[in-house]
Design a protein around this ligand. Structure first.
Ligand SMILES: NC(=O)c1ccc[n+]([C@@H]2O[C@H](COP(=O)([O-])OP(=O)(O)OC[C@H]3O[C@@H](n4cnc5c(N)ncnc54)[C@H](OP(=O)(O)O)[C@@H]3O)[C@@H](O)[C@H]2O)c1
Length: 328
């Protein structure tokens, strides 16, 4: 098969679409011919050498894909060759084939194309696990979603809104703020124009949950923005790993700070995420009330160009790479 390989000797870590060993479906795994994959911010980190795949994961980039079942490993009973599927991956989506643990596969609903399906798993599962499993966001609560126009942010806004929450989002341009409002946010804050903590206190009286991608740079303001018994979930550290904070605020408001990664979770934990999402949100996805936001679709050979879109923060939602045409 072919896969995107990272040239670790070149200064810009050049991406090449080149021959690579075929994966083999082990016991409990399904071999899938990939039709589309999608970018995630983590791909940029992995390419730079700063986010190695967890043990046992394919070495190639790519945390999600959609495609067609091409083979079954030992003991797999519930899947058939030719079925259209998508899945969360620990790696290996930027390739023509990938072996996927069977419990992580999802059948594509009628009418879904591979581009839409490839854009769904990572961001919807991330938003789900962090808002609803980690932070226990409840209907009617107020939530602040940083990076509201990111892939994760666009999923999180829709899901929180669908659960009847009051949703505030931050983003870095007026166009991104407008898109956050169109997706269901009640309040969109251009963080370059004002202090988000002051604005959410004035407009909402604080928030119960914050989904944060900044870390150090936002920590103090996040603690100010939280209401008593608020929960802060850190899913990335784009604003740096270090901060000095007033722990008195954490104590007095009885706050909780939660760190969370999806990729390194065990198969058992990921299966709980997939099943929990299916039970609570899959009917809304099938009915079209929730949908991935797709910014751009490019052929996989243009993966480097696609990475540049994320690196320059130009995307609203997902950038998808097409890998092959499917006859099904
Ligand atoms: N913990 C996990 O399991 C997990 C899983 C998935 C994703 N993530 C993380 O969640 C974040 C979103 O992922 P994604 O793939 O959806 O990203 P994405 O589509 O690439 O969007 C990221 C956005 O973050 C904003 N941003 C960039 N630098 C920033 C900074 N220093 N401070 C605040 N905002 C900044 C930019 O939007 P603006 O123009 O609005 O600033 C950018 O477009 C990433 O950092 C990713 O690594 C974590």
């Amino acid at each position: 098969m072919k896969a995107i390989l990272v040239d670790e000797q070149s200064p810009d870590r050049t991406l090449r679409w080149a021959e690579a060993p075929d994966p083999v479906a082990g016991p409990g795994e399904v071999l899938v011919e990939v039709c589309a994959t999608a970018l995630n911010r983590a791909d940029l980190l992995q390419r730079a050498g700063n986010y190695p795949p967890p043990p046992g994961a394919p070495p190639y980039l790519g945390l999600e894909m959609a495609g067609v079942v091409a083979g079954l490993g030992e003991g797999v009973k519930d899947w058939q060759v030719g079925e259209r599927v998508c899945a969360l991956l620990a790696g290996g989506g930027y390739a023509e084939k990938v072996a996927v643990p069977a419990p992580l596969l999802v059948r594509l609903p009628v009418g879904w194309d591979f581009v839409k399906a490839a854009a769904f798993p990572e961001v919807f599962y991330t938003a789900f696990v962090n808002l609803f499993m980690e932070a226990q966001l409840q209907p009617g609560e107020r939530v602040l979603i940083h990076g509201g126009a990111s892939g994760v942010g666009t999923a999180a806004i829709q899901m929180a809104r669908a659960e009847g929450c009051q949703v505030a989002a931050t983003a870095g341009t007026p166009a991104k703020c407008t898109r956050c409002l169109e997706l269901g946010a009640d309040l969109a804050i251009d963080y370059r124009e004002g202090d988000f903590a002051q604005i959410v206190q004035q407009r909402l009286g604080g928030v119960d949950v914050i989904l944060d991608i900044s870390g150090g740079a936002y920590l103090e303001r996040n603690l100010k923005a939280l209401a008593p018994k608020g929960r802060l979930v850190l899913i990335a550290l784009l604003g740096g790993p270090a901060a000095s904070i007033d722990l008195g605020l954490v104590l007095r408001k009885r706050l909780r700070i939660i760190g969370s990664l999806l990729r390194s979770r065990s198969l058992e934990e990921k299966t709980q995420v997939v099943e929990g999402f299916a039970a609570r949100f899959w009917p809304l996805m099938q009915a079209g009330h929730l949908a991935p936001v797709v910014e751009t679709v490019l052929p996989i050979q243009q993966a480097a160009e696609a990475h540049q879109i994320l690196a320059e923060n130009r995307n609203i939602g997902k950038v998808v790479l097409t890998v092959r045409e499917s006859k099904t």
